[in-house]
Ligand binder design. Structure first.
Ligand SMILES: *Cc1c(COP(=O)(O)O)cnc(C)c1O
Length: 401
């Protein structure tokens, strides 16, 4: 066998990892970039502390949501100037959906799939109720999405990589099909951004949204992002018409006028301390080639699947076997999945559990290598095969799983 050198050896040291932990949960909350605490301290002490209110101009705080949007936009194949940061992902889903529906006023159907994340669906339900114009949320199986795109559909709203199974949609094919039927697309990139190579512009996506605390390592509660295709932005009339999306916030006009370009998707005051942490994370991403990252993720994922399947016959692969149909996490079904994951965590392998019986493992090459995967397989196999999951302390469920 040829020893392949790890193309991400240099990024491994850029993260803080507690002693003895193999972290297979970067798809829920990425680990701390080593330089994030100092970056946050610097902004707090030198900018907030010394500049006070003048920081909005002097330190460039007000321009940060779009500037950071451009840094992130490169990782998802967006045109410069078409991504902005702010609020949380649920809010960005609402904004994108409201905008898309307004661009297709004569149509009433929002098409989604059963693999979508609950919050996305809940936001759609709430928006439909507020609009009160007879919109219908039509939810089909992921494999039926393409055939369900009819000329009734206003917008196809999907999460690119399924949060449970990691099944990945074909963004090109679905977007093309949607456009041919006169519909728009919204892609939720929560499990794609920083995980797989995404090409929003070349796939002709209309809208995209995502969070930055998962694969992008921006920290708990880090701001979300929204992308609007250049061909639509001038037509978008923001439903969440907050003052920072106004053309001239400090004119304090009595009524709203949408800002120029992607600025209009801003809502309120940006989270400057959180953006400082996110920028420290994006420094690490600066030299990362997404294609190389995805290849490394595929290689590690294949090794992980192979190892688990050989060692743990009681676990059933719940992710597509073909790497090209998968995002960057791997899931297994196990009847006693909750207890098993608690036992894995106690043994130093952190993944997560998704009801009803999914053990989910994020594969993140920036700080995981072949040795970690091999050790994780050993530990998981011990938990499963020696029945460590059956201990009484793993029977009660915590609030966050
Ligand atoms: C993680 C995730 C969310 C979470 O939304 P927040 O508003 O950031 O809490 C929403 N949608 C998808 C698809 C997710 O994976």
């Amino acid at each position: 066998m040829i020893e392949m050198s790890d193309p991400f050896e240099h990024t491994r040291e850029m993260f803080h990892m507690p002693q003895g932990v193999i972290y297979l949960n970067g798809n829920s909350l990425g680990p701390l970039p080593q330089r994030a605490p100092a970056a946050m301290t610097r902004v707090a002490r030198d900018e907030w502390g010394e500049m006070l209110i003048t920081g909005w101009n002097k330190a460039g705080w007000m321009a940060q949501p779009v500037a950071v949007g451009d840094r992130l936009g490169r990782l998802i194949g967006a045109e410069p100037g078409h991504v902005v940061l702010g609020e949380t992902l649920s809010i960005k889903v609402y904004q994108a959906l409201a905008a898309a529906l307004e661009l297709r006023p004569e149509r009433r159907v929002i098409l989604s799939d059963t693999g979508n994340f609950p919050s996305d669906v809940y936001m759609a339900e709430g928006l439909i109720r507020s609009l009160d114009r007879g919109h219908e949320l039509r939810v089909v199986a992921p494999e039926d999405v393409e055939s369900a795109i009819t000329d009734e559909v206003a917008v196809v709203m999907l999460t690119d990589v399924d949060y449970r199974s990691a099944r990945r949609h074909n963004m090109w094919a679905i977007t093309a099909k949607a456009h041919a039927a006169g519909a728009l697309t919204i892609w939720d990139l929560a499990h794609s951004a920083g995980a797989v190579d995404v090409h929003l512009a070349s796939a002709k996506a209309d809208f995209a949204v995502g969070c930055t605390y998962k694969y992008l390592n921006g920290g708990p509660g880090a701001p979300a992002f929204i992308y609007v295709a250049p061909r639509h932005i001038a037509e978008v009339s923001p439903a969440l018409s907050g003052w920072l999306g106004h053309a001239d916030p400090f004119a304090f006009d009595p009524s709203y006028r949408a800002g120029t370009g992607i600025e209009r998707m801003r809502v309120g005051t940006p989270p400057i301390l959180a953006l400082a942490a996110l920028e420290a994370a994006l420094d690490i991403w600066e030299d990362v080639d997404m294609q190389a990252l995805y290849s490394a993720s595929t290689r590690l994922s294949q090794a992980f699947i192979k190892g688990i399947e050989a060692a743990c016959p009681d676990l059933t692969l719940a992710s597509p076997r073909e790497p090209e149909l998968r995002g960057s996490h791997v899931s297994f079904e196990f009847e006693h999945g909750y207890g098993a994951m608690q036992a894995c965590i106690a043994e130093g392998v952190i993944g997560d559990f998704r009801a009803p019986d999914i053990m989910r493992f994020g594969i993140t090459p920036l700080y995981l290598n072949d040795d970690d995967i091999a050790r994780a397989v050993e530990i998981i196999a011990r938990v499963i095969n020696e029945g460590l999951w059956d201990r009484p302390e793993y029977k009660t469920r915590a609030k966050v799983t």
